[in-house]
Design a protein around this ligand. Structure first.
Ligand SMILES: [Zn+2]
Length: 444
């Protein structure tokens, strides 16, 4: 058994680590046995240097002893030849032979929630890897190791699949020609076993990335079989170079499974927070309020950002005394010398009763009374009744929010966040291979 992981081969200027994966698959497919789908592992989305989604790839393969070196060399060659040339692109490849050490599994959990240094990753690589390979500063070794260590073992971890289709190189830079009506049809026929195809607020299809990305479209779902059906339904008017189905931690909340309520810059956060002041709307539409982390009593800013639209409208209705389970990431704001939790998801767990104060009614005539001055009680203008011991009425305010889980709409969800449509699905405790989980058509 051989595990190959790699990461950081793309940049904002182009390429995609999953696309590079298909190039390696094409070269090694006939010489190895794939023991798992290629895994697409999303790690802590808050690390400051992430390219786009902070996604890394791992293969779990059965390889004959005499083919080991050839398979590894082929993989390294493809990364050397195909990675994006960019100072911010620093590929790394890791190879583990045999079973995955516990230490690597723990490392993979940390990569979901923390910021890991290149040096820490190199130390692990030197200790555990059969081979490893670094380009540039080798930052990709972090994701490479984390992808191998995150085995998404059924029964232990939730997982989903993503079918990714790729454009021929000639099309890159042109508008993607994917038929919108067919995307809607696919979603109608296959949801909830596919998810995040259409943004529920805007009605827009969100399966196509933008710009120079070689991905034509990607469809997320619960089973590989369902994704092959989706492939048949979605109509395109441009050639497809290849497609591949990945097993992933996207849409699973896996990062929150290992998150804690510690306040550390760039880490993920999960914890109970009590609202201690009224939410404010900032310029640009962001909503922010001060909250107290229950476990540590620390005061933090809690923010819902503009792209999260309707989610913001829930957050702005929170009031002092309400409690939420906050899920998100921690940022240190130098200018305010304070930490901000940027919400990715929120569960309202306590809605505090709120009151407004009103003048009391006259016990004699029923007319509303008026204040007779500070600490002088109330008087009635109609019948002249006066009472210095009568106090204001406390009227309960009807709250416009309900207990429950709130998540930004599909378009503004981060890759790892579990969409609501997945909450009621039975958990999967196995997966099996479909024929044709990948296919190469033509490169140009
Ligand atoms: Zn009166």
């Amino acid at each position: 058994m051989l595990h190959i992981g790699f990461d950081d081969t793309d940049s904002l200027k182009g390429n995609c680590t999953t696309h590079l994966a298909t190039k390696i698959i094409e070269k090694i497919y006939n010489k190895v046995e794939f023991l798992d789908y290629p895994r697409l592992i999303r790690n802590n989305p808050n690390v400051p240097w992430r390219t786009r989604g902070n996604g890394a790839i791992a293969f779990t393969l059965g390889v004959k002893e005499e083919d080991l070196n050839e398979i590894i060399s082929l993989s390294i060659d493809i990364i050397e030849e195909n990675h994006q040339e960019d100072p911010d692109t620093n590929p790394g490849l890791a190879v583990i032979k045999g079973n995955i050490p516990l230490e690597l599994k723990v490392f993979a959990q940390r990569a979901l929630t923390d910021v890991i240094s290149i040096n820490d990753a190199k130390t692990i690589a030197r200790k555990l890897c059969f081979r490893y390979h670094l380009i540039g500063n080798g930052r990709g070794i972090i994701g490479a190791l984390a992808a191998i260590g995150n085995t998404l073992t059924p029964q232990e971890e939730d997982f989903t699949f993503e079918l990714l289709t790729y454009r021929i190189s000639h099309s890159i830079g042109t508008k993607r020609k994917v038929d919108f009506e067919s995307i809607k049809k696919m979603d109608r026929e296959l949801a909830p076993l596919v998810f995040n195809n259409i943004d529920e607020e805007t009605g827009k299809a969100i399966i196509c990335p933008a710009g120079l990305d070689p991905v034509l479209y990607g469809i997320r779902g619960e089973k590989a079989e369902v994704l092959l059906k989706a492939l048949e339904i979605v109509q395109i008017e441009e050639p497809m170079e290849a497609y591949c189905i990945f097993r992933t931690n996207q849409g699973t909340d896996q990062h929150f499974k290992y998150s804690i309520s510690a306040i550390r810059n760039f880490n993920t956060f999960k914890g109970e927070i009590e609202v201690v002041d009224t939410p404010k709307t900032l310029v640009g539409g962001h909503i922010i309020f001060k909250g107290m982390v229950t476990e540590s009593s620390k005061i933090v800013d809690v923010a819902a950002f503009e792209p999260s639209k309707s989610f913001r409208r829930i957050i702005e209705k929170l009031m002092i005394g309400d409690k939420i389970l906050a899920y998100g990431s921690v940022r240190y704001k130098k200018e305010f010398q304070s930490f901000t939790i940027q919400l990715e998801k929120c569960e309202i767990i306590k809605i505090e009763e709120q009151f407004k104060e009103e003048s009391p009614f006259c016990p004699n005539c029923g007319k509303r009374m008026t204040s007779d001055g500070k600490e002088k009680g109330y008087k009635c203008r109609k019948c002249k009744y006066k009472n210095r011991h009568i106090s204001k009425l406390k009227i309960p305010i009807e709250r416009e929010i309900q207990l429950g889980v709130y998540i930004p709409p599909a378009q503004s969800q981060r890759h790892l966040v579990k969409p609501l449509i997945r909450y009621n699905l039975p958990s999967k405790n196995a997966f099996h291979f479909v024929n044709n989980w990948w296919k190469k058509y033509s490169s140009n």
